[in-house]
Design a protein around this ligand. Sequence first.
Ligand code: DX5
Ligand code: ZN
Length: 210
Amino acid sequence: MIVAPSILSADFSRLGEEIKKVAEAGADWIHIDVMDGNFVPNITIGSCVVRSIRKDIDLPFDVHLMIEKPEKHFMYFVDAGADFITVHVEATKSLYRLVKEIGKHCKVGVALNPATPLCSIENIIDEIDLLLIMTVEPGFGGQKFIENMVKKVEKAKEMIGRRKIYLSVDGGINDKNAPLLKKAGANVLVAGSYIFCSKSYEEAIKKLKI
Ligand code: DX5
Ligand code: ZN
């Protein structure tokens, strides 16, 4: 199981330190939530921040773009050092072209909001490295996990079949739902508040890996 702490719940006044701390505590990837105030209500991190934190950390950067017109902006994040760039299917009109473009520069993921069906990626599944199933409505950390999404993860696993695609879940992940999601086929857990609001990052990450 890959655990990717979402830095959205970190203390931004000590961001560098926080990232080093989760890395030392056993994080596999660092998940970076980029929000533009349009696709989702919140505004968060831009590519300058990604470039700065890249200097001190070797772990893969999993950049989750929750922005309108990702085709206009993704290259800034490639240049800033992203290893994975995930775009929302709801945010673009030309998903196939976008996925092919991103794939020329780094690993490429697609994300589905809770209400978006899996059939929306049926025709591009052979082009992606990662499928992200949102288990909350994107926009904020600390929301409640939508139980129904476990079934969606099961179906996604079936759809992926033998392809080498990471199956990631994001939103409200904790030690209670992690085993259910693992059973359903998820192999990447993105967790923000569960890790960053815990007393011991190491304990929290260990519990998610069970
Ligand atoms: C939600 C973001 C998530 C979020 C996860 O819009 O994509 O990555 O930060 O935070 P928790 O784990 O607190 O739900
Ligand atoms: Zn995210």
